[in-house]
Design a protein around this ligand. Structure first.
Ligand code: THG
Length: 369
C-alpha cells in the first residue's frame, strides 16, 4: 500500500498546536475524533527509543472532552459506563468503558470528575457526544452536554517530572497517578493530570485557552533543552508493548468489555444502573468465546490497514491480529489479537501471511512488558 497525503479541511480539524508540530517535523498523521493526531516524527522506532529515555511533548488535542454538567450529570455518566462510580471523588480520573444497550463497547474514555455535577469524558475515537445527548433527551435528564475548547498537551517519558517541575514547581511531583489538580504558570491556571497514553509516566495538561497552550508548548521546549525534550505522539510500538488499548483498532462496537479484558472495570454485583447491564450479566454467565491476547511473530515488519487472520496447522482460524508493529526490544513483530478460546493458551505456533509469505508466531500474555 502506498501512502497518500490527506487533504485538510474544516471537517478534519487542526489543533492549536498544529503549526508548531509541523515546524517540529511531524512525519505522519492519523485522524481521531475528526481531528489531526500526529502518528510519527523522526520514525516510529526512533520516537520509541527517545520516549523510553527522555521526555516528549505530545499534541493530543484529538482526545476530546465531552462535558456533562447539571443536576442529573452523575446519573447520566453512570448510565453510560459499566464501572461503578458511586464512590468516585472530585480530583480523580477513572478509566471507564462506555457500553450500549447490547452490552457492546462504545468508547473507553478517562472520566474526570471536576465537581459533583461536572464531568469531562476524555474520549477515544467515536462520537460519544451524540450517544450522551440521545440518552439525556430520552431520559429527560436535566443536563448540559458540550465539547469545550480543551486541547490536551501530554508530557511523557521518564524525565517528565523534571521538566514539569521547572515550570509548575516541585509540588507537581506529588500529584498521584490518575489524579488531577490546578497549577499556575505565567498567570494561567492549568488543569493537570498524572496520566497519558504511554507506560513511561508523565502528565496531561488540559488546556482551556489556545494562547496559553501555545505559550506553554514553547516554554516546555525552552525549559526542556537540558532534558533533550522532543516532540512526540502516542507511539504504536510502546503502546502495544504496554497493552494500552485503542478503540477502533483493538476493539470496537462489535466487541463486549469481557472480550477486551475490561473485567476489573465491570460492576455486575452493585446496584448501580447502567445501559447494557442485563446483557453483561448474561454474557458473564454464558462466558466468552474469544478475547484479546498478545501475539509475537517471527518477522521484522507488518502493515496493519486491516485485520490479519491467524491459522493453526490444520488451517483452523486461531484469531485476528488487530494492531501490530515491529518491536526493537523483542526483535519480533508484537501485536494485539482477538484470539478464539481454544487457542488462548496455545503452545504451538500459528501461521500468518505477510506480504504473500507465511510467517510463524505465538500467543502470549498482555502486557508484553
Ligand atoms: N488520556 C486522555 N484521554 C484519552 C486517552 C488518554 N482518551 C482516549 C484514550 N486515551 C482512552 N483510552 C485509554 C486507554 C488506557 C489508558 C487511558 C486511556 C490508561 N490505562 C492505564 C493502564 O492500562 O495501565 C491505567 C488504567 C487505570 O488505572 O485504570 O492510562 O491517554 N486524557
Amino acid at each position: 500500500m502506498r501512502n497518500f497525503p490527506v487533504a485538510k479541511s474544516r471537517r478534519l480539524r487542526s489543533t492549536p498546536y498544529t503549526d508548531r508540530i509541523e515546524a517540529h517535523g511531524v512525519s505522519s498523521y492519523t485522524v481521531y475524533n475528526h481531528m489531526l493526531l500526529p502518528a510519527s516524527f523522526k520514525s516510529l522506532e526512533s520516537d520509541y527509543h527517545h520516549l523510553k529515555k527522555f521526555v516528549q511533548v505530545w499534541d493530543v488535542a484529538a482526545e476530546r472532552q465531552v462535558q456533562i454538567s447539571g443536576k442529573d450529570s452523575a446519573k447520566l455518566v453512570q448510565l453510560m459506563t459499566c464501572r461503578d462510580l458511586s464512590m468516585s471523588k472530585v480530583g480523580k480520573c477513572y478509566y471507564a468503558p462506555i457500553i450500549d444497550d447490547d452490552g457492546l463497547l462504545v468508547n473507553d474514555p478517562i472520566i474526570n470528575k471536576l465537581a459533583e455535577d461536572k464531568w469531562w469524558l476524555s474520549i477515544a475515537d467515536s462520537d460519544v457526544i451524540f450517544f450522551a445527548k440521545g440518552l439525556a433527551a430520552g431520559n429527560k435528564f436535566d443536563v448540559q452536554i458540550s465539547e469545550p475548547n480543551v486541547n490536551i498537551l501530554a508530557v511523557q517519558g521518564p524525565l517528565a517530572d523534571d521538566l514539569m517541575s521547572k515550570l509548575f514547581g516541585d509540588e507537581i511531583r506529588q500529584l498521584k497517578f490518575f489524579n488531577f489538580n490546578y497549577y499556575e504558570f505565567k498567570g494561567h491556571k492549568y488543569f493537570i493530570a498524572r496520566s497519558g497514553w504511554s507506560k513511561q509516566g508523565g502528565f496531561e495538561v488540559y488546556v482551556d485557552d489556545d494562547l496559553a497552550g501555545q505559550n506553554l508548548y514553547d516554554s516546555l521546549f525552552e525549559a526542556g533543552k537540558e532534558f533533550d525534550v522532543k516532540p512526540g505522539c502516542p507511539n504504536l510500538i510502546e503502546r502495544i508493548e504496554g497493552a494500552l488499548l485503542s478503540y477502533g483498532n483493538d476493539f470496537d462496537n462489535r466487541d463486549n468489555p469481557f472480550e477486551a479484558n475490561f473485567n476489573k472495570y465491570i460492576s455486575l454485583d452493585t446496584d448501580v444502573n447502567y445501559l447494557g447491564k442485563a446483557k453483561l450479566k448474561i454474557i458473564n454467565e454464558e462466558g466468552i468465546s474469544r478475547k484479546l491476547r498478545g501475539v509475537k511473530i517471527d518477522h521484522n515488519k507488518i502493515d496493519m490497514y486491516c485485520e490479519k487472520t491467524l491459522f493453526d496447522d490444520n488451517k483452523n482460524i486461531v484469531g485476528y491480529v488487530r494492531s501490530a508493529a515491529y518491536s526493537p526490544t523483542f526483535k519480533k513483530v508484537v501485536g494485539i489479537a482477538m484470539i478464539n478460546k481454544p487457542y488462548w493458551n496455545m503452545k504451538d505456533q500459528f501461521r500468518i501471511e505477510i506480504d504473500e509469505k507465511i510467517h510463524l508466531g505465538t500467543v502470549c500474555d498482555l502486557p508484553f512488558v
